[in-house]
Design a protein around this ligand. Sequence first.
Ligand code: PXL
Length: 274
Amino acid sequence: MYKRILTIQDVSCVGQCSLTVALPILSACGLETAVIPSAVLSTHTAGFSGYTFRDLTEDMPAILAQWEKENLTFDSIYTGYLGSTEQIDYVKAIADSRLKQGGKLIVDPAMADNGKLYPAFDQAYVDAMKTLCAKADVLLPNITEACFLTDFEYKETYDEAYILDLCKALFALSGKEIVLTGVGYEAGATGVVTFDGADMRYYKHRKIANGCHGTGDVYASAFVGALESDQSLYNAAKTAADYTLRCIEYTQGDESHWYGVKFEPVLKELIEML
Ligand code: PXL
């Protein structure tokens, strides 16, 4: 089946994140990809300074109105970094109106990492993001985002009981499927956890580097590509982890490439995994 996916996230003109990652990865996975840019920034905000930021919130209701007239709908909708707190209500309206019956709303609440919110966001944004996550069919947070969404205490080290409690709290918010990223119980290892309300499964893999920029978006895009290629929740979470690891391996050792991962030369390996 030829699917049309909508992804809503920012254009960071330079920096290998958000739409400049999602579009090529989803296309490589064989999916028609429509976009709504949530904002346009000259670079991403993690490590660059003095970036421009144009919020595109105001365009959203008019985009929705035209799509309703043209009867354009989507097999799935995948949201990432959004442009404002107010925008979240428009994103929910777009999902309500334009998602085909049986289609999935996949929410990456891209707003925080390493225990901290990204510079653009505050508690009001977190509270609004909770309401979008409540509508998600698949929720894809890292541990920091999971803690902000559930009011859990953020911990650098934890055990399986803490992760299970966190998954249950995320499930209470969304009531659907959870993929929790960046879960490592021991030094040198990290992995992803999937939870469907009953079973918690863990895919552990090697940890190569501490906090590479852009890996969250590479992971989420590859996950959506694999899920929409009819892989199970766990298999899609595993495929995306294997691919992200290959991207980090390929980038390693190039100090000048600190701002993102070189995901393009290994795209053919992702295609082979599907
Ligand atoms: O990768 C997440 C992300 C997306 N978009 C922008 C960002 C970040 C992370 O910092 O700054 C603009």
